[in-house]
Design a protein around this ligand. Structure first.
Ligand code: ZN
Length: 503
């Protein structure tokens, strides 16, 4: 009885922290959507205050004492019980939070803020040298951060743990190496053919009709507008204020239809995950996704595996044509399907297609590891980037702007742990979808009729409702009975693109 009271006490403290984080999320959303630029300095201060309060409350010794006292309670419960999971996940978060000294967080945040600001200036100016000292400091900070978690196997492991808990650099490195061996020749075979014609996507598509169709699609796959909303932004994102309020933002271009269509489905995939979490986890550390890779597996599954499949468009294409009769009336489903699956060697990761995308990610992942290991110096990074890009894509970026300066990640946080989640997400999207089809072979037939219930219910049952209860490796085992493997993803790509390009 006494322990149950302590558990209730812990839950109440954690709920306050979750409220503070929810309020921060609203400030972030507003900043991206509506805040006038004059609000920026105050907003930065408000967000810093809220996150400091949340951090102070969470690292309070009181929480530590409760977690200690609750160990026997946790051990008396089955591993699968929600109570045991809540204590387990809170303890993992707590132990991580207290290891990083406050003064380090303050110094690092100040450094990151300055670096990010400088990056926004040097990238357009193509001036890597101007930001090199910042990046060298970031690398030092990143190593120190890893060293707060001694006993690691690889120095990147603690950093990978922040986003993909339980994944290891050495495992990922060999998995990615194998993936690269399969991808480079596949990309070569596809791009040696004449490129797919995607001109049908590059006509004039008025904003209102695009937004209307985009909303129709995400509603149909199951995004709940009673518990979410869509707004327009420059960089699309999903943000959960609570399980009952999961918002997505989307990017729209009137001269390119693919932009809104697929960023909408991508962010809705993230949102389906968050909306699908067991409502009993509201306001606890169990709300949210299991890891960056798990989250990305859901956005990719809906965007690519489902949303760029032929069956999906068998249903939606006539509807899309009805919205845009002048632009698409004379374009066949086949032509449209080829256009949305065009593969090409391009310089920019975020513009990359399904097949080449992982090569962009793995390049960054490998360079991160080398920087952290000390086998690559920051001053040699631009050249290392060019060499690797040449090796994987057969072209070299003409400048650093579209090379080493292109992504915000290293200039807005630590070096290490920021990229692997994207490729893990791709691998997992095919792994989970393959498993869903084994259990429900009727899914592709239903998708051709615009029905997504069986798939979404399966994902909710197997993945979404658990929130953060299980780690990603635990979830993968529970869903598939095995560890993460490459095969379903490679087979998925080979089957789809083999047919598209008659390989
Ligand atoms: Zn995503």
């Amino acid at each position: 009885m006494k322990l149950e009271k302590k558990f209730t006490e812990l839950k109440a403290l954690l709920a306050e922290i979750s409220d503070l984080n929810g309020a921060s999320a609203l400030l972030v959303w507003d900043q991206a959507m509506y805040m006038p630029s004059g609000g920026a300095p105050a907003r930065a201060r408000q967000m810093a205050t809220l996150s400091r309060l949340a951090h102070q409350k969470f690292t309070d010794k009181k929480i530590g004492r409760l977690l200690d006292a609750l160990r026997p309670y946790e051990e008396s419960l089955p591993y699968d019980s929600d109570e045991a999971a809540l204590i387990r996940v809170a303890r993992r978060d707590y132990e991580r939070a207290i290891r990083i000294p406050n003064e380090f967080v303050a110094r690092f945040n100040a450094h990151v803020a300055e670096t990010y600001q400088r990056w926004t200036e040097v990238r357009p100016a193509n001036d890597f040298a101007a930001i090199r000292p910042n990046l060298e400091r970031t690398l030092e900070f990143s190593r120190q951060l890893a060293d707060f978690f001694p006993g690691y196997e690889h120095i990147a492991d603690p950093l990978i743990d922040f986003s993909d808990y339980g994944m290891k650099a050495t495992t990922l490195r060999s998995l990615f190496h194998e993936l690269r061996q399969a991808l480079v020749p596949l990309v070569e075979k596809i791009t040696s053919q004449s490129p797919a014609d995607d001109s049908c996507l590059r006509k004039s598509y008025p904003e209102a009709a695009q937004s209307e169709f985009g909303a129709e699609v995400v509603r149909q796959i199951g995004y709940d507008f009673q518990r979410g909303r869509i707004d327009k932004t420059h960089h699309p994102f999903m943000i959960a204020l609570s399980i009952g309020d999961v918002r997505i933002t989307t990017r729209l271009r009137e001269d390119h239809l693919g932009e809104l269509l697929f960023s909408n489905i991508h962010e809705a995939g993230h949102a389906l995950y968050e909306q699908g979490v067991d409502p009993a986890y509201e306001n606890t550390p169990l709300a949210g996704g299991a890891s960056a890779g798990l989250h990305e597996s859901q956005s990719r599954l809906w965007e690519n595996v489902v949303g760029r499949s032929c069956g999906f468009w068998e249903y939606f294409y006539p509807r899309l044509q009805a919205h845009f009769p002048d632009q698409l009336g004379a374009v066949s489903l086949e032509e449209f399907y080829r256009a949305i699956n065009k593969v090409e060697k391009s310089l920019i990761r975020t513009d990359a297609d399904e097949v080449t995308y992982n090569l962009h990610v793995m390049l960054r992942f490998d360079l991160e590891l080398q920087l952290l290991e000390g086998t690559l110096a920051v001053r040699d990074l631009p050249e290392a980037w060019r060499e690797r890009f040449q090796a994987d894509f057969g072209i070299a970026p003409p400048d650093d702007r579209d090379g080493v300066l292109q992504d915000v990640h290293w200039y807005s946080g630590a070096i290490g742990g920021a990229f692997q989640g994207y490729t893990l997400g791709n691998l997992l999207s095919a792994l989970f979808y393959t498993q869903a089809l084994q259990e429900h072979p009727e899914i592709p037939h239903e998708i051709r009729q615009g029905r997504f219930d069986t798939l979404r219910r399966w994902l909710t049952e197997k993945i979404y409702r658990h929130g953060r209860k299980y780690t990603a490796p635990e979830l993968i085992r529970r869903v598939t009975g095995d560890d993460l493997t490459l095969r379903p993803y490679i087979e998925y790509l080979q089957a789809k693109y083999g047919e598209l390009y008659s390989l």
